[in-house]
Design a protein around this ligand. Structure first.
Ligand code: 6PG
Length: 478
């Protein structure tokens, strides 16, 4: 690694990543938009500051660095990235690299990559997952850019990344926006998994009157089995925590309105744009949106007042339902990755994506090793739920998911993500569905045509020409 390294943006994630880089022995130049934040960072870095050089701003940092430079941007996704690039460009020269390590929209990364590379510079769009703790001690790293640019910086990223069985969880996913797209879908799966967990929590809490501590203990036990994952592990911790001020479970003092910064929504939007449906992810994004309408929900409780009834479900059924839901969420995420890879010509290695997610990132789970193996083995129709290991899992767990969704519906407990997962699995478990009727309707009102099952003939029309729409009596003439 011959480039001199700089990092701009000493917020929570930027500081953590900078300390990680320094700890791995790489000299690092640092700067921040508010220059006053630099000395406190160097103070916190303690002995690690020996290899750090602080600067008043981007221009000063670039001027002090020996070319070729590699400058990591750790600023908020969106206009702040464009502003940093604009400020930086006059001070860079051919051979220098800009690395955006934020949660960028991959369309922005594609645009920036094209603009910057046209000037003889190099651009890498790098997704970094694992929160503050991950950034500090080992995140999962999903890069997008040219292979030679990645090769140049890979020693740094591989050194700071999490490892799984000795292998760094850092990889080049593909060109330009591929890394940020993989990170976006990672976050979409993260949203779905969190929502699935929250729905199971809701059934235990409101349908079985269990305490947060009891439910936390149950999640702790599940974390020792097939559901083993970071999100189940932290769910156990969150539910077991007690608020020091009130003595109440912490979860009971938290307002039930979830925030979101956009990556879940982007996943859903891109899925639809690619002709896919990430229904579990959409359910999770939607549920966060509904949660924000707290007042409407409170008014709704008075007007509609659906009473939540007890649900009779075993722990094993809830565990099975969560496993089935999680498998579907992953399957939908990977299907979007495949569709994007085909659409943008990325040649994404899905097995490698799964391997990169095995440690460091928020969705790390025991399933990911099996997912990687599934992508390297037999996978009918490229569909994860049909790969032998996951088909077996689903055959075993779908009856539980069905019982859970049915009990939730009858008991008045909303479970949008679990329901979406069940509908997806049921749809792909049946060779003949009901869109024959949809095609008939489309042909009736718009002569859109359909394919005949018996002859295979295309552009066929139904025998409704004698009864055009405008002559059909409206059954409901209001
Ligand atoms: C990660 C996380 C991280 C962040 C997301 C989700 O992989 O480390 O996904 O990137 O938590 O941006 O944020 P929101 O829930 O606020 O959308």
């Amino acid at each position: 690694m011959t480039a001199s390294l700089g990092l701009y943006g000493l917020g929570v994630m930027g500081s953590a990543l900078a300390l990680n880089i320094l700890e791995k022995g790489f000299p690092l130049h640092v700067a921040n938009r508010t220059a006053a934040k630099v000395p406190p960072f160097l103070e916190v870095a303690g002995p690690l500051a020996a290899k750090a050089t602080g600067h008043d701003g981007l221009a000063a940092m670039a001027a002090a660095m020996t070319p070729p430079r590699a400058i990591i941007l750790m600023v908020d996704a969106g206009p702040a990235v464009d502003a940093a690039i604009e400020a930086l460009l006059p001070h860079l020269e051919a051979g220098d690299t800009i690395v955006d390590c934020g949660n960028a929209d991959f369309h922005d990364t594609r645009r920036r990559s094209a603009e910057i590379e046209a000037r003889g510079l190099t651009y890498l769009g790098v997704g970094v997952s694992g929160g503050e703790e991950g950034a500090r001690h080992g995140p999962a790293i999903m890069a997008g850019g040219r292979p030679e640019a990645w090769a140049h910086l890979a020693p740094v990223f591989e050194a700071i990344a999490a490892t799984y069985e000795g292998q760094p969880c850092a990889a080049l996913m593909g060109p330009d926006g591929a890394g940020h797209f993989v990170k976006t879908v990672h976050n979409g799966i993260e949203y779905a998994d969190m929502q699935l967990i929250a729905e199971v929590y809701g059934l235990l809490r409101h349908g079985q009157d269990k305490s947060p501590a009891e439910i936390g203990a149950l999640f702790g036990r599940w974390d020792g089995g097939r559901l083993k994952s970071y999100l189940v592990e932290i769910t156990a911790a969150v539910l077991s925590a007690v608020d020091p001020a009130t003595g109440l479970p912490v979860v009971d003092v938290i307002l039930d309105q979830a925030g979101q910064k956009g990556t879940g929504r982007w996943t859903v939007v891109e899925a639809l744009a690619l002709g896919q449906s990430a229904s579990t992810i959409e359910a999770a994004v939607g549920a966060r949106g509904w949660s924000a309408e707290k007042t409407t929900r409170e008014v709704g409780e008075r007007i509609l007042g659906t009473e939540r009834k007890p649900v009779e479900l075993s722990e094993a059924e809830l565990e099975g339902a969560l496993l089935a839901g999680r498998i579907v969420a992953y399957a939908q995420g990977f299907r979007i990755l495949q569709a994007a890879s085909e659409s943008y010509g990325w040649a994404l290695d899905q097995a490698r994506v799964a391997e990169t997610w095995r440690a460091g990132c928020i969705i790390r789970s025991a399933l990911l090793g099996d997912i990687a193996a599934a992508f390297r083995g037999e996978m009918p129709e490229g569909q994860l739920i049909l790969a032998p290991a996951f088909a077996a899992d689903l055959r075993a767990s779908l009856p539980s998911l069905r019982r859970v969704v049915a009990a939730a519906a009858l008991g008045g407990h909303p479970v949008p993500a679990l329901s979406a997962a069940l509908a997806f699995a049921d749809t792909f478990a049946q060779g003949r569905g009901t869109t024959d009727l949809v095609q008939g309707q489309r042909d009736y009102f718009g002569r859109h045509g359909f394919v005949r099952l018996d002859t295979g003939a295309v552009h066929q029309h139904g025998p409704w020409a004698d009864a055009p729409v405008d002559k059909v009596a409206d059954p409901d003439p209001r």
